[in-house]
Write a protein that binds this ligand. Structure first.
Ligand SMILES: *Cc1c(COP(=O)(O)O)cnc(C)c1O
Length: 386
């Protein structure tokens, strides 16, 4: 695999941009190009973000995630290039950090002392982390028993108040909307516009690293914020002359939670991909617009297709992403089999979260451990040696 990072002296020197209050935003010398981890995301893309002189440039190393070329998958799909955007490399292990850093920075700018969100898991981990970094309170509402172990551990250890609701994610979001509407608490779900603003930086990075937009951007769809963000980012970069064309947006919902594809809210969404277990996406109409304006599509992938792609990524590419993330690859494989991929296509699959978020699923689907007696010959025999 190629791993593309910019390691030029200039970009390294631009790491750790000074806080706005200390040095002013004018001082960040680098405004474009790929960058290594460590640079401040809000400073780097500030001309495209709602960053003002008063916005604190907080950060925990989010963004600038690797874009790696997946040669084995590329052959299987039959396209010119297939790249994986490894969003699991963000500080809390998912792309949610991009939006959360922006939302918390703006909340701080506006004097907020508490944030709140509903979450299938990763939003709660990110909210808890950035609230801790900013020294404000976080309250997260999750659907009881429906959150992956790693994500729950994160929210708790970062010090958030975690409420396990006897209801679905959609119930949790409704409750959070009501509470934040009548209390001095900032909602940091993707209905907060700053979340989408921060998340669009991933589209900038893909374009910066590839030198242009890809032909196809494949992405899992849950609450539909991320597909909306990428589309916004690609359009803004195109308008600014940083790219020569726009990608087609290919979004993939889990078959058991496919409100957009089925064109109706799903009352009890069900899928192995917990991050996609959403029955009434908050950014539904904007996702439909991204699909239609880009000449793209939103399709479903089944749980078996998701888990096949999940295993293929790990065994075939050495990339461990959580099941929801594998929906992007599952979708591209499905459409390739249906003849929808051209041999000239350059595709980016967004891998939204890290595989360690949900270790139980890995243990469930992977091969078993091999028990062995404490004896070198026996171990050799088990390995079919000698
Ligand atoms: C949040 C999330 C998604 C879904 O993103 P939306 O913006 O809600 O569509 C997909 N994968 C992972 C790992 C997530 O955390």
């Amino acid at each position: 695999m190629d791993v593309r990072h910019d390691t030029t002296a200039a970009s390294v020197a631009a790491e750790n941009a000074p806080a706005a209050s200390e040095a002013g935003l004018k001082d960040d010398p680098i405004v474009s190009g790929a960058a290594p981890a460590g640079r401040n995301l809000l400073a780097h893309y500030r001309e495209f973000l709602p960053v003002t002189e008063q916005t604190p440039l907080i950060g925990r190393g989010e963004g600038f995630t690797p874009l790696v070329r997946a040669h084995a998958l590329e052959k299987r799909v039959g396209c010119a290039e297939l790249w994986l955007k490894l969003e699991g490399c963000n500080p809390t292990g998912s792309f949610k950090d991009r939006g959360m850093v922006m939302a918390v920075a703006k909340a701080l700018e506006e004097g907020a002392e508490a944030i709140m969100c509903a979450s299938t898991g990763n939003t709660s981990a990110a909210a808890a982390a950035y609230a801790a970094a900013a020294q404000i309170k976080a309250v997260v509402v999750v659907s009881a028993g429906k959150i992956a172990l790693g994500k729950l551990a994160q929210a708790l250890i970062y010090g958030a108040v975690v409420i396990a609701l006897d209801g679905t994610f959609d119930d949790a979001l409704r409750i959070v909307r009501e509470i934040t509407a009548r209390n001095p608490i900032t909602v940091v779900n993707s209905i907060n516009p700053y979340r989408l603003q921060g998340q669009k930086t991933a589209a900038f990075e893909c374009s910066d690293v590839l030198g242009d937009a890809p032909d196809i951007l494949a992405i899992p769809v849950g609450n539909a914020g991320n597909i909306t963000s990428y589309w916004m980012g690609f359009r803004e970069y195109r308008r600014a002359g940083r790219t020569t064309h726009l990608p087609r947006m290919w979004g993939f919902e889990a078959a058991g939670a496919a409100a957009i594809v089925e064109n109706r809210p799903i009352e009890n969404p069900d899928t192995v991909a917990s991050a996609l277990r959403i029955g009434n996406p908050a950014n539904w109409q904007r996702a439909v617009r991204a699909r239609d304006e880009s000449g793209g599509l939103i399709d479903t992938v089944s749980d078996p297709e998701i888990l096949d792609a999940y295993k293929l990524l790990a065994e075939g590419e050495g990339v461990f992403a959580e099941p929801a993330s594998a929906a992007s690859v599952a979708g591209v494989l499905k459409l390739a089999a249906a003849g929808e991929v051209k041999p000239t296509d350059r595709i980016v699959c967004v891998l939204t979260g890290h595989g360690l978020k949900d270790p139980q699923i890995a243990l469930d689907v992977a091969r078993d451990v091999v028990p062995a007696p404490n004896d070198v010959r026996e171990v050799e025999k088990l390995l079919d040696l000698r």
